[in-house]
Design a protein. Sequence first.
Lengths: 252, 211
Amino acid sequence: MAELAIGAGITLIGNVVAGGIEEKGRRKKEQADIEAFKAKSDAEIEGLKAVEQAERDNLAIQKEIFGAQTARQKPFVDVGTMALPDFIEAISNRGKTGLPAEQFQSGQISDFLGKNVPDIVKAKALEELEALELERNKSRLSDLVNVGVGGVGSEAGSIVNEAGTVGQSLVNIGTAKEQALQNAARARGAISLQEDIDKENQRNRLIGGLSELPGLVGTATGFTGFKGGGNEFNLYKTLPELRTSVGGGGFI
Amino acid sequence: MGSFVDKFKGSASNIFEAAGNTPSTPSIFDENLAFQQGKLDQIRSSTAPFRSAATDTAIPALSALAFGGEIDFEPSKLFDVSLARGREGVLEGQAARSGVKSSGTFERLADLVSGLASEDIGRFESGNLSLLNTGQRAENILSGAESSIAGNIGGIFRNKGQLAQLSSQQRGQSAADLISQGGQSALSKAQTTAGGIKGLSSLLSLFAGGG
């Protein structure tokens, strides 16, 4: 009987040791899985960070291009904007715009008038030139205003394109960030849960090991129950008897 | 040691907390909205002088011409000069023909004045029409830009909504994954526990002689 008990003990210890080795291996694999999952998640997050940075670089280039376009339009817009109040004044014949009469009193026109006509005629000619110049300047100012509003149109086109392009880049950045955060959250949650499951599994295996005890005891001792014991539940009675039956060196 | 359900709740709340706490993403949306608003302000500012020239100057002037009213107008220098020249011409011509003080002189002078005044008013009207067209172009530019930028802003909110929906779906999927994992583990635990209890029961039964 003692030999049988020793045999059962050895078998049980063997099973426990084997189970422990198996458990250790399983733990190691799970830990490796967690690490691999974490590394993959981190790589994805880094990838999304790279996407975000690339989009930031793209944004800077787009802004520079559109900024340059707007800057190129600025002289046209400025001259039109500057001509506008003068044009409004000129339309109503208020204020003096255009070349002053003195400009005509020097240079070729003045020389021509001075050489060939009397002073009275010269004065009248200059007065008429000034009047014509004022009218001409209305056309000039009108042209400049049209150039200005054309510049505003081009500038607005650039600005609208910029708003669309840069806006889309910002949307892309937001999406990349959101995905990175989602991945990080899922990774953290999954790792945390995996660790919890791992602990639960250890408990479960311990309980599972207990279920093997009856079979082991039965195999080791050949004990199949007390005759006449029926189905009565009497642990206090049966345990000492079991001890006796295995020679007092049992494992219970 | 808390129950598995408690632990699962802890894990899931980590996900919700992390996924729901996205401090950088809203600022990108805000940045985009501010950018769009800034660009719209820029176009409004560039077009403003042209638009107000049309609405504050050209429209009142042309309305006054069309429907009556005061106009802010002075005769041009060209009008004055042309009138002076014309008057001299008429007077000299009349003096040579029937004398200056004749009805013909007044008729010719009246024709001269009305003709020159009409030309002068015509130039005033033409200038204001040009101003009106310019303002209208500026208004069209602004309207087009506003439509585009309004579309951009709408897109931003649409994307924000889609992203929020995506986040919600991902959180839901994450939770579902966890529930599935947790459920399988809980089932495994229950089965194993049941097996253990059954084994203990068998052991006790064995000792009790139940065989």
